[in-house]
Design a protein around this ligand. Sequence first.
Ligand code: C2E
Ligand code: MG
Ligand code: MG
Length: 739
Amino acid sequence: MIEPSPVHVPGAAALIALLLALIVTLLVVLLRRRSSERAYVAEIDDRRERLKLALWATGERYWDYDVASGQLRRLIDDAAGDAGTVEDSAPVETLLHPDDQPLARETLRRYLDGETGRYQAQVRVRDGAGGWAWMRVRGRAVARDAHGHVLRIAGTALNITATREAERERQIAAAVLRSMSEAVAVLDADFRYVSVNPAFLRMSGYAETEVLGRSASLVDTTRHEAAFHRQIRVQAAQQGQWSGEVWQRRKDGDELLTALELRTVRDADDGSVLHVCVFNDITQQKRTEQELRYLANFDTLTSLPNRSLLSERLSRAIVRAHRQDSRLAVLFLDLDRFKDINDSLGHAAGDRILRAAAVRLQQTVGEHHTVARLGGDEFTVVLEDLAQPHDAERMAREIINAFEAPLQLDDRREVSISPSIGISLYPDHAQVPTELLKQADTAMYQAKAAGRRTYMRYDDNMDLAVRQRATVSGALRKVLDRGELRLVFQPRMSLAPARITGVEALLRWSSPEHGDIPPSEFIPIAEESGLILEIGEWVLREACLVLQRWRQHGLDEMTVSVNVSVLQLLRGDFTGVVARVLADVGIPPHLLELELTESVLMANAEQTAARLQAFRALGVSLAIDDFGTGYSSLAYLKRLPITTIKIDKAFVDGLPHDAEDAAITPTIVAMAHSLGLRVVAEGVETEAQMRFLAERGCDEIQGFWISPPLDALQCLAFVRNWRPEGTPGTRHERIPALP
Ligand code: C2E
Ligand code: MG
Ligand code: MG
């Protein structure tokens, strides 16, 4: 840079010139150096400024730590926040959060000891605005002494407060998702699984690897149309949410109903879309709801509508009938003697009968009419759009006919059961469901009273009869306490030789309020209420006590027959009762005969046979009462351990002239004898009847021709005074009939 000057012989002028040249040269050199130094400083300044800017832009801040003094110099954001930074310097302990100081010290120790290649830690540092900021601090040694010991560390720090919070939130969210009982699936814009939680895997039965990346249609079922799923996607895209119930298919093929809540999340930065789906398995809940709804409206045994659904349908039918000015009928149906069958065959068989009856009934009236079960053996039919009132009766007849064919109980057994039906009509009888039902019920009771297996249409007089029945049944409860019951005795006479063999005890009820009530009226009520058990035991004991008194008057071969209701036979320990009464009173068992009606025995011959056998084992005689009125065949009787049959008065009435009676009665006698049974004819009122029966070999007779039922004292007198006159069975004396 300094050019060499030419060498001359020195002279004063030359010296001066040389000096000047030297000075100029020096000046130039100096000036040049100054300007290059300035450029150098400017360049450094420029670089530092750029570094600062770069650091500022990345969020990193420069720091410098003096190991010996513990002094930290750093750049922090200007409190004004406008991209500017300020530098401060302070002992490091005053800048670090007290909780993080142990960590910072330990990290430093490890770096200084050479365990780590650089200093790195996440600590809270004063932010220059009075608060703390989480900083990720990184640095390296920038000065060492001759021994290599670190003197200064410099590096950068990044404020990670926001990311740390976000990360923390993310971790919490992940933990919540993992532990949630609701299944959660995150789907991408194309409805492919991005992430699922364990509950989702449990619910769907898939493993995570089988799900991620697959389409959400993986769990679709055929229960929904494709359009349904399309609709969900469209709504999610347009409105950002969808909620509703969706059927899903598990991996094992099982289907489950879920309540789905879908929310669409849009990323603010890149606009990408995620659908967050939360599923709740509501299969069980739905099933329970359905079951409850079913239970509330349907009878579980027969699956027919129950009382509550019936009233609802009936109300609607009435509204329709009112609008269309038409007529409807309510048929109230009760199965005859169902209680006996239920008691004798057992409840399981009873249930099967009810189910079969329900099917038979619905088939007969057709699917478009409502058939309901109100409970027990009570059914109701609602017939709409009747052209005329008689249509209801025609339908009732059809129902009764349909029940002529026996109901199938199981593979081997069938049972015959008939209904009694009551009919009420809208608008003729009542306007509201409850009234119509009540009236049909009343009419049904009348149908029962009229002999069962029949129907009755309601009329106003029926209410009166029903009220009377209710008061009778109320009064009946008190009869035993009040001593309103008594027994009368009707003698029975053997034909060859002619003699009084025994008596039948018949029950009488004289009520102070209602007068004398015939047994045909109060015994069915006593049976329905179960009171017959108590009453029956009283009858048995009373009859035995009377017989015992007579025996003390010398009538020691007299027998007593006691009528027994089916309920006594089937419920409780009637054999035990009989044995006890006989023992208490001291009557030899062979002097007691129990009379059972035919229909009772036939309801279930096999089961009753076992019970009857127990009586026979006691030594008690057994008679079939009212023989011929039921359905039993003599062959059937062979299976029962009975001793006597009593031919019903209905077959005696026409003797000797009625050809049918004259043919039937001797046949019964002959067949009974062939089975080794004694035959008693009931209701013999004339000598001609007596003779006819005597000639046909009938063993005994009973009836007004000998004597009406008498009270105990009268009967004793009658028996003691009775003498056969000439031909067997000639009446001895006439005694006035008792009520
Ligand atoms: P049952 O056992 O067949 O009794 C015979 C019925 O015929 C009696 O009516 C009797 O008074 C009547 N009778 C007898 N001879 C004649 C006659 O020559 N002509 C007519 N017209 N009737 C005659 P009752 O006493 O009214 O009894 C009716 C039914 O009530 C009895 O029929 C029996 O099934 C039942 N019953 C009576 N007492 C009892 C009882 O203590 N317990 C039970 N469970 N039922 C009873
Ligand atoms: Mg009898
Ligand atoms: Mg009888």
